[in-house]
Write a protein that binds this ligand. Sequence first.
Ligand code: SF4
Length: 419
Amino acid sequence: MPLPLRTLPVVQNWDCHVTGTCCHEYRVTLSEEEVQRIRQQGWTREELEGRAPFQYQGPPWRRMVQLNHRDDGGCVFLSREGRCRIHERFGYETKPLPCRLFPFVLVPTGDHWRVGLRFACPSAAANKGRALPEHQADLLLFAEQLAQREKLSPRQDGALTTPPRLDRWQQLDWPDTLRLVDALVGVIHSQKEPVERRMRKCLYLAEQMRQAKLDKIQGKRLSELVELLLAAAEQEVPALPQQVPAPGWIGRILFRQATALFTRKDHGPNRGIASRGRLALLGAAYRFTLGRGRVPQLHGKIPQIDFESLEEPTGPLPADAESVLDRYYTIKIGSLQFVAFGLPFWEGLESLSVTLPIIRWIARMYRDRPPAEAITQAIVIVDDHVGFNRVLASVRQRLSFRILARTGQLARLIAWYSR
Ligand code: SF4
């Protein structure tokens, strides 16, 4: 019997508003069956404006087949009228599963699926459309098809996957792993204080839990330990961002390198200076390290602005902007989207936390807009990478995030860019 779905405790809406984001900006990886299906549909090069339907990525032993793209980033199957040719000719169900699934992210977690969302889709970030529970029937079907596509079958405990490791050595079963996830959701969705302090509390919990030997602490005792640590966090985590020391030079350099990564857009209509070649990218990397002068436009939505002006505080966020951040992080944490690419649990949480100062930093670029709109735009840019950019899980980048978290620089950066 298929596993049930669980949406998260936030009001999240979505419907497709034909922004064209997905068909213009993303690389759709196909399963063998989807490749065969498209081949059998018999598309000719003339119909696809002289291009082949597929392109190939990766080394021969890990070759991936993706939908081909035009020079403007649009999928080869996207007509000039902005419609999907596969959908038009053969029907919605014949489109590749990733096209139908976007922007939903379904994560098998123990005895159910959790529903996440990609806020890189502007409609998801802006909370426009029907409430998630109204998509239940489609999502159940997608979950079933996703399990088949990924060849996931129930293990002895009924789950489709093993739970993520907490760190290198520790791993809990699914019920205890979800106890931790739900405790983190409880913190990030608490609404009693700004999201920046909630995130610093999550990092405090991660730091303390790393040191605990969890092999003998399970079930109710684990919940009691988490409650104790959260009570301690109330005392230990400074209440205001102004009470947190400023980040040091190493924190600032690693932060700017991370901002370069999260603001880089190499495909589609919002492509930044990547279109000018490798030399331009090298120059941008140097300027991000230096952190002076004009911010390189790695993304088409980045305005002309200096690094210096992004250090000026913008003050606390109004309630509507806070609620955008609340919704974003509740969904990212609750749906376990932070443990992509096999990242251990605590490490994934830390790498997700890095996005908060980056979002606040980018939002400062849009001071002329209402804060909720500026935060939403920043999330759309950053979320393009969360859970999908493999570079975030590279050895070098993991080391960089680890240094930020273990030296306390990450909490300092969160506080600094929330002033
Ligand atoms: S196959 Fe259709 S839905 Fe999928 S990316 Fe291409 S145009 Fe968009």
